[in-house]
Design a protein around this ligand. Sequence first.
Ligand SMILES: Nc1ncnc2c1ncn2[C@@H]1O[C@H](COP(=O)(O)OP(=O)(O)OP(=O)(O)O)[C@@H](O)[C@H]1O
Ligand SMILES: [Mg+2]
Length: 233
Amino acid sequence: MAESPKQHIDRVRRTKFSIGGADNPLTEDLHQAVKNLSAELYAKDVHFLMELIQNAEDNEYVEGVNPSLEFVITSEDITATGAPATLLIFNNEKGFSEKNIESICSVGRFTKKGNRKRGYIGEKGIGFKSVFLITSQPYIFSNGYQIRFNEAPCSHCSLGYIVPEWVEKHPSLVDIQRIYGSASVLPTTTIILPLKSDKVKPVKEQLSNVHPEVLLFLSKIKRLSIREHCQRS
Ligand SMILES: Nc1ncnc2c1ncn2[C@@H]1O[C@H](COP(=O)(O)OP(=O)(O)OP(=O)(O)O)[C@@H](O)[C@H]1O
Ligand SMILES: [Mg+2]
């Protein structure tokens, strides 16, 4: 029988990060290396929004769908991490494959063809890591996968940023659907970024600075939307 998404994540944790096995003496070096990489992204002012838009542009879409990327910001703490605001990114792409998952649990192991022209950091396979500037725990829900990463070193293997953790609840798919709007079919991929307290204002400003003209520079994405989810009380 084929492996389930959860079994796949368990296997990555076990075989790649030796969780449940002997300690790997290299993990501390690796943790520092990834940390320095993220700091470099910061110094170069790599824009996490542009990285997410670029990833959506790189994604594959089933024929007939209108490739869309939707940003929704909410003050509801659906991840129960205490975040004052959470940014959700919905994308109706084909969704994360096993390969995509393994690549995002890595540094610099991109799965993309080398025909993209990148302005700043180039195709290093690290663009997604720029989200750690504004969140300490990014979540990915896609194709049955429900995982999160952590800026802080994992208690089992002393490594931050790239160790996937299975998410049982907080949020649940029901929470995500509610934020998206229960009348519409949930897109395949949702990225959830509970914002660091001091990043709420800058992120809101950055969102309001995304102008429709960016669509002119994108070839696949046809629709970009940004909205605020209002909590019903
Ligand atoms: N929205 C997504 N859907 C599916 N796979 C994704 C998505 N975002 C990232 N990935 C997978 O994660 C990998 C790492 O993404 P990341 O943005 O860090 O690097 P990259 O896009 O390969 O290169 P770059 O450094 O230019 O951004 C990708 O190569 C892809 O396999
Ligand atoms: Mg990228």
